[in-house]
Design a protein around this ligand. Structure first.
Ligand code: SF4
Length: 450
């Protein structure tokens, strides 16, 4: 069968950052599985470059019989637009193909997918897409089976990505690292942790599964041979979850004397700190840590399963070894107080991560914390994507991002520029902040002389 897989375009304005466009590895696995089974697969990444393939005769020209759309919540408006255009073609008798929608949004909010869509794929899509394309799929709702042995999967279809303008640098995670190209890889799925603000488990499930260390190294060698990669960014929630696999991976690289720079995402705990020197020797340049808060009370409340001390130990250990740390923090979770936010700022100042990214909390569909917001009547507004904003959202956005670079949420749920009130108070606010800063500096100078 001739299949087109596509992604949904990012909105013009969003409270989430949609600028970093790396390889869509989830779709890459689907393409590989279909190609291995002998199907002809076309791929258009509308998230990377919004292309109107419906109006330009692409479907007819290539005899496309099935269109699979990857959808996440932020881009869901475009998913709907695409679906309606495809359905329009079918109603006018201009196309007779099958429409399937998958990805995180389909997994979490299947009820929001229009009725005329033939298949909704929830969870992992490799088996489901084959069943759909080969006519075995029974029923509209396809619950993708978990793949327990990831080594059985082929490599993602990098050959569909390499001619497109994806981000191939380390970016903000290690912006002083000049090596390129850095390819993204995904070597594990599932997360056994229960952070209440996160919806990952609703997509991938709680059981952690990973490619073997030997397979990961084999794939890196192939990428190096075929595309001369200089580095790898492991885009997955917890690359280091298995200390055994992490150690084996590092040992393999060192034994083969394979010099490659790599970045990964991890938790500060559990993380075997004794492994960090080995990781550094094997080429680890940067680690992304989701820290969330410096307040143990908040960390406990959001069931992050870590403490401020875990954050301190992990970041300081990395600092000592010269491994860059990209840390993310959340403000504005329900129940948070000014003292909690101060504890976060104090911890950041103390441990000095390489990069600090503070995000204002937005309740994601499918996360427990969003439900808590609802129960505590904390929701100011829910937008048309199902994202929930707390009553304090705009004030915190103003405080943490500054008035010029922030995305405000308006009473009708749209995202845009700051309302006039904030524009008026911004200069006064900046002035007061400056006065406070100057007074503190003066005081410091006076005291340092005595
Ligand atoms: S935030 Fe990370 S560790 Fe927590 S549940 Fe989500 S993926 Fe797992």
């Amino acid at each position: 069968m001739n299949v087109l897989l596509t992604t949904s375009a990012a909105p013009q304005v969003s409270v989430f950052d949609t600028n970093e466009k790396r390889f869509p590895l989830g779709v890459g696995f689907l393409i590989s599985v279909l190609e291995r089974a002998g199907h002809k697969v076309y791929f258009i990444d509308r998230y990377l470059t919004p292309t109107n393939f419906i109006g330009n005769g692409f479907l007819e020209k290539h005899g496309i019989e099935c269109v699979g759309i990857y959808s996440n919540t932020v881009c869901f408006e475009d998913t709907i637009w695409l679906c309606s255009k495809l359905q329009g073609l079918r109603e006018r008798g201009q196309w007779k193909g099958v429409i399937a929608v998958g990805g995180p949004h389909a997994s979490i909010c299947p009820e929001t997918i229009p009725e005329y869509v033939d298949f909704i794929v929830r969870g992992e899509g490799e088996k489901a897409i084959l069943d759909i394309v080969e006519g075995r799929a029974k029923g509209r709702m396809q619950c993708g089976a978990h793949i327990d042995t990831l080594d059985a999967l082929p490599m993602p279809a990098y050959h569909h990505f390499v001619d497109k303008p994806y981000m191939l640098a380390a970016g903000a995670y290690a912006d002083d690292l000049v090596d390129s190209p850095i390819f993204s890889m995904n070597t594990s799925r599932g997360c056994p942790f229960g952070c209440t603000f996160c919806s990952v488990k609703a997509v991938w499930g709680k059981s952690y599964r990973a490619f073997s260390a030997a397979r990961v190294v084999e794939d890196i060698e192939k990428l190096h041979r075929d595309y001369q990669i200089a580095g790898v960014f492991f885009r997955e929630d917890h690359f280091t979850h298995s200390s055994k696999r992490t150690a084996e991976f590092c040992e393999f690289l060192l034994k083969k004397n394979f010099r490659i720079k790599w970045l990964c995402e991890s938790r500060v705990h559990p993380l075997d700190l004794a492994l960090l020197p080995l990781m550094k020797r094997a080429g680890c340049e940067a680690i992304f840590f989701g820290c969330e808060s410096g307040s143990d009370r908040i960390l406990k409340q959001i069931r992050k399963g870590i403490t401020a001390q875990h954050i301190r130990q992990a970041v300081l250990a990395c600092n000592k070894l010269g491994i860059r740390t990209f840390t993310t923090w959340l403000v504005g979770v329900p129940g948070e107080t000014r003292a909690d936010r101060k504890a976060t700022l104090r911890l950041i100042e103390e441990i000095k991560p390489f990069k600090v990214a503070v995000g204002v909390f937005v309740g994601l569909p499918g996360s427990e914390l969003r439900q808590e917001m609802e129960d505590q009547k904390e929701i100011m507004i829910e937008d048309n994507l199902g994202l929930a904003y707390s009553r304090r959202h705009n004030r915190l956005v103003f405080h943490h991002y500054g008035v010029d670079s922030c995305k405000f949420i308006h009473p009708d749920g749209t995202v845009g520029e700051a309302p006039p009130f904030y524009r008026t108070v911004a200069p006064a606010y900046a002035f007061l902040r400056n006065v406070r800063y100057q007074s503190l500096r003066l005081a410091q100078e006076v005291f340092s002389k005595h």
